[in-house]
Design a protein around this ligand. Structure first.
Ligand code: IMP
Ligand code: MG
Length: 175
């Protein structure tokens, strides 16, 4: 598959994704059977994963969506991330954050910090994909679909420069 100027090869099939998502949902259905979790999906990348995951959740739950806006800080040179679109009261809620991929782990660390400061009762993370870099930083990922190598992937919600999200499989950059 060609996305923009790069070639990608098939990496995780539709069947593998379905199987993994079912097994992750089974864990959540059992871990949260006496709770009523609030899922928060991080847009845009997690929209397909969130949709397929929630179809397999059979306990009472809510779902909402937020975006992470990045902007350059004037004072520091760092990239500042800010959550936008959080209208829910998350005080005392059991929050499960849905991510597509964790790379360095910096985005999720920032999101976790924000949710904890808003008084959620518990905050856990489910990510479809995890890259190795994030293993060095101190973020607890409760549910991980696939641990993948340090190579760029697209499809099933994940993009390359805004393109390539609209596939049923995940593709990996061919070199
Ligand atoms: P982190 O802060 O480095 O963990 O950044 C994670 C974010 O980077 C994800 O939410 C994606 O938007 C993006 N990202 C990281 N690796 C990939 C990839 O292989 N394909 C597409 N997006 C990626
Ligand atoms: Mg993302």
């Amino acid at each position: 598959m060609i996305v923009k100027d790069k070639t990608f090869k098939k990496y995780i099939s539709k069947e593998e994704l379905e199987k993994k998502i079912k097994s992750l949902a089974r864990l959540i259905n059992s871990d949260y059977k006496d709770k009523k979790p609030l899922f928060i999906a991080i847009l845009n990348g997690s929209f397909m994963f969130a949709s397929d995951l929630l179809k397999e959740i059979n306990i009472d739950c809510e779902i909402s969506f937020v975006k992470v806006a990045s902007y350059e800080d004037m004072e520091s040179t760092g990239n500042v991330k800010q959550l936008i679109g959080l209208n829910e009261n998350i005080f005392n809620k059991d929050v499960i954050i849905i991510e597509d991929i964790i790379d360095s782990g910096r985005t999720i660390a920032k999101i976790l910090e924000e949710f904890r400061s808003l008084g959620a009762s518990t905050v856990e993370v489910i990510t479809l994909l995890q890259k190795p870099k994030s293993k060095n930083i101190d973020v607890k990922l409760k549910y991980v679909g696939f641990e993948i190598p340090e190579k760029f992937v697209v499809g099933y919600g994940l993009d390359y420069d805004g393109l390539g999200r609209n596939t049923k499989e995940i593709f990996q950059l061919k070199e």
